[in-house]
Write a new protein. Structure first.
Length: 331
């Protein structure tokens, strides 16, 4: 990466000071790791998503700490945390809020729903039907909610973490492509290795009656997070890297193994996530390696395989890797 970095590093003298950002985000990571063992990569990608002001879909088997990871990450940030448990009978107004008649004034007053938070955790997002899913479209994309013709902005920053189980299909609904496209990342949580599982058992036994969640303390103020989100927008990007991002996304649209390619929103997601990835490493410029690192989690859920490739057992992640590897890295 050092050879690539020499070319893409800006030549001007005024460099962005990312020391505070890196230190504070490392502190958040360390707080979460007090409880969550063996999921460093997942935590790192969630931090990238937060910095890039993007939403994350977290997928994994039951019991791998999907909900707990998102909850503890939110706790390490001193902001408004809201949690919504999606169920088949959940209504859109249960998410966004609704107008309620105030008997004292005889006027309708808007009561905000749980979507109005800085970090919102939606548990088992695929358990709610399309009507309820539609309540997320506007707020996830435009950071606002419209009820009875009146628009209400959600707090800044606004980040959604959503969890789902990949194997349980009874009583679930497939998320529409338009909604999947609004997630910056789709992050898969795997089972821990045997050594990590032993560490989990030892830690659980050592805590005894103590609440593990109490170990995590808030270490990042919401105003600091807003400042960091603005700071990474100034991370330097070489023209060759922009071309590389555009080529990666373009080739998803012309690949014979895919029936649906990635949208321009995916290009912007690649750019912003690469900036956040570089900033977390203390760099104020991005390289093609940053793009390659975030590409699978950004593009995998935005494309659709052809029925033939799906029947042959191929995955979208495999095709995305083929595409990324086939494009010449700018030197």
């Amino acid at each position: 990466m050092s050879e690539l970095g020499n070319k893409y590093e800006p030549s001007f003298e005024n460099r962005i000071d990312l020391t505070d950002l890196k230190d504070k985000m490392d502190a958040v990571k360390q707080e979460v790791k007090k409880v969550i063992i063996g999921q460093d990569e997942v935590i790192h990608k969630l931090l990238i998503a937060i910095l890039a002001t993007g939403h994350s879909l977290i997928e994994g088997m039951p019991g791998v700490a999907k909900t707990l990871t998102a909850k503890l990450l939110a706790k390490a940030v001193k902001g408004q945390f809201k949690r919504i448990q999606f169920t088949p009978d959940l209504m859109p107004s249960d998410v966004t809020g609704s107008s309620v008649l105030d008997l004292k004034t005889n006027e309708f007053e808007f009561k905000k729903g749980p979507i109005f938070g800085h970090i919102v955790l939606i548990d088992e997002i695929n358990r709610a039907p399309a009507k309820t899913q539609s309540s997320l479209f506007e707020c996830m994309s435009e950071r606002q909610v419209t009820v009875d013709g009146i628009t209400y902005p959600v707090p800044t920053p606004f980040v959604v973490f959503a969890t789902q189980n990949p194997i349980e299909h009874e009583g679930t609904y497939r998320l529409p492509e338009a909604q999947l496209d609004r997630f910056l990342f789709k992050i898969n949580i795997d089972y821990p290795a045997i050594e990590q599982e032993l560490d989990i058992l030892r830690e659980h036994h050592a805590q005894k009656a103590n609440n593990k969640e109490d170990l995590v303390q808030p270490v990042l103020a919401i105003d600091e997070l807003i400042g960091f989100q603005q700071l990474i927008k100034s991370v330097y990007v070489h023209e060759d890297v922009l071309t590389y991002i555009a080529q990666v996304v373009y080739h998803t649209r012309s690949n014979s193994n895919l029936t649906l390619g990635a949208s321009p929103r995916a290009s912007i997601a690649l750019l912003e996530a690469s900036k956040a990835s570089a900033a977390l490493q203390g760099r104020d410029f991005i390289t093609p390696d940053d793009v390659k690192y975030v590409a699978p989690a950004i593009l995998g859920h935005r494309v659709l395989l052809t029925p033939e490739k799906e029947m042959e057992g191929f995955t979208s992640d495999y095709i995305i890797k083929q595409i990324v590897d086939s494009i010449e890295i700018p030197r």
